[in-house]
Design a protein around this ligand. Sequence first.
Ligand SMILES: Cc1ncc(COP(=O)(O)O)c(C=O)c1O
Length: 483
Amino acid sequence: MLARRTLNAISYPLSKSAHGITRGFYGSRFTPKARGMATSSDDLVGFGQRHVTAGIGRLTEAVMSKGEGSYLSFEDGRRMLDFSCGIGVTNLGHCHPKVSKAAADQCTSLVHGQCSIAFHLPYLRLIEKLLPVMPDRSLDSFYFWNSGSEAVEASLKMARSITGRQNIICMQGGYHGRTYGAMAVTKSKTVYSEGFFPLMPGVFSTPFPFWHQSGLPPNTSEEELVRLSLYQLELVLKQQSAPKDTAAILIEPVLGEGGYVPAPPTFLQGIRKICDEHDILLIIDEVQSGFGRTGKLFNVEYSGVRPDIMTMAKGLANGFPLSAVVSRKDLTDRLKPGSMGGTYAGNPVSCAAAVAVAEAFEEEKVLDNVSARSHELLTSLHSLRNDPVVGPNIVDVRGAGLMVAVEFASPSYPLGDPALNPSAPKGFAARVARRCMDKGLLILTTSIYEVIRFIPPLNISQSDLEKGCDIFAAAVKDVIREG
Ligand SMILES: Cc1ncc(COP(=O)(O)O)c(C=O)c1O
């Protein structure tokens, strides 16, 4: 009786008069039939704005209703070409039939197979799929969790526990997530840590070889940027965190939230050398750059560098919550049983989806498509840059595979920044993204700079890629015209 009354008390606030929405969630008394479901997209958005925490920012105030391949539909009737992929997740497009079927089938056999109770089959099958494609043969010990942040947290715990050392060196401009440990090693924007101090101690940062990061012009040679960054890293080890106190160096091989900047292979090789000299572990965060996003299965393959620990998520299960940490058995054998784990870690439905992703990747020759579409995308962006009106507004086109960025000039960069241009339009990237949306293309900005990132599905068709590039070019021209 009490339970029923409590339920009703929860249900009442969902009535239209109190909250502007009549969709019922609890029991037949409040079903859409009994109350009349709100059909207006505006009502739904209003409800969301009132009841979803303000801590979440959104690209658009709308309600997603359906994802199909490279397209996303909304309750307000719009259907958009999706160059965001849910922030680099739906690499095989929305609701890939093979992946959705594998998940649906798994739902009828085992939904929750808790990893501290026993092994389960999709977990083991997924390891079987991943083992042969790891960027180094030594990477043979896996741990699955739900999100990228959790994978990063696990990698930090592993590094501290395995080495018996405390400090972590990360990169200025790096992004690793929003949970406490991941937030402490995130240095891309202050919004992720502002108001949340004190952060996890024992974290030191050093400049990523990115011209902005050193206040140098965009055409600075890669060699010079690498030399400066390795020099700064050596200084951190001499002035701030002694090698004997340093457990790990953590790096994204392509800065994501920092502006879509690939690390030159020589930088990763230099870090590997420093790690080897001092028995420091190298953690490579492939959460965003992994699973074919940059043209190889893992971006670190471009450098041939061996990670000691590698984190993965996003494309791993094409939208089902799943992340992974891989390391060497000789290292992970040093962890105490029970020190790692989580109620939902390595969920069977997500693992079954990830197995299907691995199969589809091979069957559909996805990497070949990445290579062809990447060439077309970069050609289109470079030709836009060659346009006499647009060109002066673009300071950089960069990236690899289908993880590509365009950076615009800005009148509000810090004084001394080489991309500072007092006559450039204000808020360029966000305005371009809004214009693209008006024209039917979902596209994201990134970093503290004026950067638009291109992360279309890896299996996108030639015509859809071309359509997106045309919309982008038109949006850029609109913003320049408006000034
Ligand atoms: C490189 C990198 N690491 C970690 C994360 C955090 O992943 P999640 O948002 O799944 O917690 C992200 C998310 O964008 C990322 O790009």
